[in-house]
Design a binder for this molecule. Structure first.
Ligand code: SF4
Ligand code: FES
Length: 240
């Protein structure tokens, strides 16, 4: 197996209230098959051998389905490979002697808990406005894993791909138009509280592990319009 040496700059921050900074770690035996999480594990093995504190991060399924693991690699949410969660990002693009920079997902709505671990409760707060089981059904139908990379990739910290995906799938799950309007209005209000505005830059679709399309962004405007002008927009042939 080909191995190569990397210097990995990792964000270390002991707690939410303390400042953080990058710390450099040398990994002499990285490989193209290694994932970003396995690279962090390798550093943690080295730290354990010296009795130092391990790097905290959010581990999960390691199969790209639970949405927990996201970190920022060389400035890109999840990492440089398009549409892949951090646990599915491999080191094939790196060469002997390269530097890799790993930091938490960066968004005002995702405060750092420790090192690479962030608090993504903002996503849950928005989703719960659609009623939790309904929101989970909607997100699962679309394939959204609630990873938050769309928010972290956006210069505005917008959650529009997540929110638009949720709103796109909600109508068939509502009993009637009143319920649809009530749920979507609450989701939209919570989303405005938690996230920044969308400028249609599209960075979110580049990083979304579910490969959700840019068209999903338009569901936010559609539900806003439906709620503001119910008579004009209710009678669409599909009801959506
Ligand atoms: S829309 Fe994509 S990037 Fe955003 S939370 Fe869902 S899966 Fe993650
Ligand atoms: S650990 Fe579950 S998506 Fe990466």
């Amino acid at each position: 197996m080909t191995t190569f040496a990397l210097t990995v700059d990792v964000w270390r921050q002991p707690s939410p209230d303390e400042p953080g900074d990058f710390v450099a770690y040398d990994v002499p035996d990285a490989s193209p098959e290694m994932t970003v999480l396995e690279l962090i594990d390798r550093i943690n093995e080295q730290l354990a051998a010296t009795g130092a504190d391990p790097i905290a991060y959010d581990d999960g399924c390691r199969e790209g389905v639970c949405g927990k693991c996201g970190v920022t690699v060389d400035g890109v949410a999840h990492g440089p490979e398009r549409n892949a969660a951090s646990c599915m990002q491999h080191l094939g693009a790196y060469r002997d002697g390269d530097r890799v920079r790993i930091e938490p997902l960066r968004a005002a709505s995702f405060p750092v808990k420790q090192d690479l671990s962030v608090d993504k409760k903002a996503l849950r707060r928005v989703a719960k406005e659609a009623k939790f089981p309904v929101a989970m059904k909607a997100l699962n139908t679309a394939g959204c894993i609630s990873c938050g990379a769309c928010v972290a990739s956006c210069p505005n910290g917008s959650g529009q791909l997540f929110v638009g995906t949720l709103l796109k799938e909600l109508p068939p799950l509502a009993r009637d138009d009143d319920e649809r309007r009530e749920r979507s209005a609450k989701v939209l209000a919570a989303s405005e509280d938690e996230f920044g505005p969308c400028s249609l830059l599209g960075d979110c679709v580049e990083v979304c592990p579910a490969g959700l399309p840019v068209e999903n962004l338009s569901a936010v405007a559609r539900e806003n319009l439906r709620n503001r002008f119910p008579r004009r927009t209710q009678d669409t042939p599909t009801g959506r």
